[in-house]
Design a protein around this ligand. Structure first.
Ligand SMILES: NC(=O)C1=CN([C@@H]2O[C@H](COP(=O)(O)OP(=O)(O)OC[C@H]3O[C@@H](n4cnc5c(N)ncnc54)[C@H](OP(=O)(O)O)[C@@H]3O)[C@@H](O)[C@H]2O)[C@@H](O)CC1
Ligand SMILES: [K+]
Length: 524
């Protein structure tokens, strides 16, 4: 399980390592700059070459007033040692730099000239073979880009839109992005940021690389160790904020001697005639992920259409609250899913009865919208075995105050993030909340957060398709039926859902996701 580090956590592990006497700041900065130089040389080998080689790709290093700038000076020096044509620009004055950055600035000045950042404006003429290294701001960004940095980035963004701009490498994180939230600091007037081709960060990824705007602006992410592994391990042991883990195969394996009821009985409630597709998708997902039995509960008018389209699934007439209560008298029904295609009126009637039964329960789609006018009525009934799976719109209807904080402009770093939002929502609801999106976030009421980001190497743009969320709700319900705890079930479901979509690839429709799952499971 890979942790994500906030800016404060990064500072704390750095301080812990330095206070213990294990490392010095200059050594950390040297490792960081070395990782940047190595990553550039690996991606664009033609930045290096002998002095006489006129074909070398030029490098412009933009250094800021803090230690991010210090990393830039180190990278500039090491690239120059490889024969690169490097120009270095500084925002601010060398004598205002913090000590380690100043030391590296001086070392650079022994090699080549240092020019004010304003002179980098000529970059408008830079061709697309130039590599621009953004070492302006990292985890210390505290306010929106302004002045010359903002103008320069605006120009760079315009060049990149036309796809003939220079290549861009972000040191630690693209300047202007809040490293804890991935939001661009600023209001609706900007700044506009160019997308990086490559981001080189240190020791562990930041949420800002995968959340919100950061997901689209960070490019390929390289996470380079710089010598803080023991301190990182100590912090990660707390398990607060981490990537959704690749599932543990033993949690998904089936005992050869087991009976179908040993793997649970999931009940998925469907809406009326013509609206049963979403529940059927969820039910298929629950069955594929290994629930022993899956029953669809439908009102009388939907029974014929469902019966005509299912085989291994079971079907039961559940018209109203009374039918549901009778069905739940069977204690073997141990996980429920309400929401996909359920209809708001039917949800309002059935959700309280489902909650009163105290079984593991997934509430999705209409089951959430049904309480938009009275979320507290829902929250009062939720229990720790529930999981809410809203998308952004459903989240805003249930948690309007939290959503408003997320929608307000981010003017100061660290900005309120989607991770903060889902953590606050789980605390308010008193159960696990899974917020769907390209960056799917899962939080528990105890404050643990897991991130399942469909970005970078795990990108799956074709997953944005009708019905994909219904399958996710089904996967989750199936895993709850199999006895997984809500957090483990939610992160496993999200991980497998994304993996199945990646496996299938382009052309994916929701029906394909459960069918792609067996190949994913076979690889475990
Ligand atoms: N921690 C570690 O383990 C390691 C960290 N390392 C590196 O250090 C980086 C963090 O360094 P950092 O803390 O010095 O912050 P950084 O991002 O350089 O900027 C701070 C400066 O910018 C200023 N400033 C802020 N916003 C501004 C704005 N909009 N416009 C103008 N100015 C603005 C701010 O001013 P202030 O807010 O104080 O007024 C302050 O002067 C980190 O990202 C990584 O690259 C590595 O060397 C390896 C080990
Ligand atoms: K940067």
């Amino acid at each position: 399980m890979q942790p994500f580090l906030t800016a404060a956590q990064m500072r704390s592990i750095e301080s812990a390592a330095m206070e213990s006497g294990r490392v010095r700041e200059l050594a950390l900065m040297e490792c960081a700059g070395q990782a940047v130089a190595d990553s550039i040389l690996a991606q664009w080998p033609d930045v290096a070459g002998p002095e006489s080689d006129g074909l070398r790709r030029p490098v412009m290093v933009l250094c800021g007033p803090g230690n991010n700038g210090g990393d830039g000076f180190v990278a500039a020096r090491l690239l120059a040692a490889h024969g690169s044509r490097v120009e270095v620009f500084l925002l601010g004055q060398p004598d205002a730099l913090p000590p380690s950055a100043r030391r590296n600035c001086e070392r650079w000045q022994g090699i080549g000239p240092l020019r004010p950042l304003a002179e980098a404006a000529g970059m408008a003429q830079a061709t697309n073979d130039t590599v621009v290294v953004d070492a302006l701001f990292g985890t210390g960004l505290s306010r929106p880009l302004s002045g010359v940095a903002r103008d320069l980035f605006g120009r760079l963004a315009a060049l990149r839109h036309r796809d003939n701009g220079p290549r861009l490498v972000a040191v630690d994180i693209l300047s202007g992005l809040c490293s804890d939230s991935g939001r661009v600091l600023g209001d609706d007037t900007g700044p506009e940021l160019p997308a990086a081709d490559l981001t080189v960060t240190f020791e562990a990824a930041r949420l800002g690389h995968v959340l919100s705007a950061g997901a689209g602006l960070s490019g390929r992410l390289v996470v380079a160790p710089i010598g803080l592994a023991p301190e990182l391990a100590a912090l990660a042991a707390g398990g607060g904020l981490a990537e959704a883990a690749r599932p543990d195969p033993s949690a998904l394996a089936k005992d050869p001697g087991a009976h179908k009821y040993d793997h649970g009985h999931a009940l998925i409630l469907s809406g009326g005639a013509g609206r049963s597709g979403a529940a059927r998708l969820a039910a298929r997902g629950a069955l594929r992920i290994g629930a022993g039995l899956v029953t669809l509960g439908a009102p009388p008018d939907a029974l014929p259409e469902i019966a005509a389209q299912i085989t291994a699934l079971m079907l039961r007439r559940i018209n109203g609250r009374g039918d549901l209560v009778r069905m739940l008298a069977d204690r073997r029904v141990n996980a429920l899913c309400l929401g996909p295609g359920l209809g708001v009126g039917r949800a309002r009637e059935l959700v309280p009865a489902a909650l009163a039964a105290g079984r593991a329960l997934v509430l999705d789609a209409d089951a959430l919208t049904a309480f938009a006018d009275a979320p507290q009525e829902l929250f009062a009934r939720l229990h720790p075995r529930c999981v809410l799976t809203p998308h952004g719109g459903e989240f805003a209807r249930l948690f309007p105050d939290i959503a408003a904080r997320l929608q307000a402009p981010a003017l100061e770093g660290p900005a309120f993030s989607r991770a903060d939002a889902v953590r606050a929502a789980a605390a308010e609801a008193g159960c696990v909340v899974l917020l769907k999106g390209r960056d799917t976030l899962i939080a528990t009421p105890r404050g643990q957060v897991r991130v399942n980001a469909a970005t970078g190497a795990r990108a799956a743009p074709w997953l944005a398709t009708a019905g994909a969320g219904d399958v996710l709700a089904g996967f989750l319900t199936g895993l709850l039926a199999r006895g997984l705890e809500p957090l483990a079930a939610a992160e496993t479901a999200a991980w497998l859902h994304l993996e199945a979509a990646r496996d299938f690839g382009a052309g994916l429709v929701a029906e394909d996701i459960p069918e792609a799952l067996p190949d994913v499971l076979r690889r475990f």
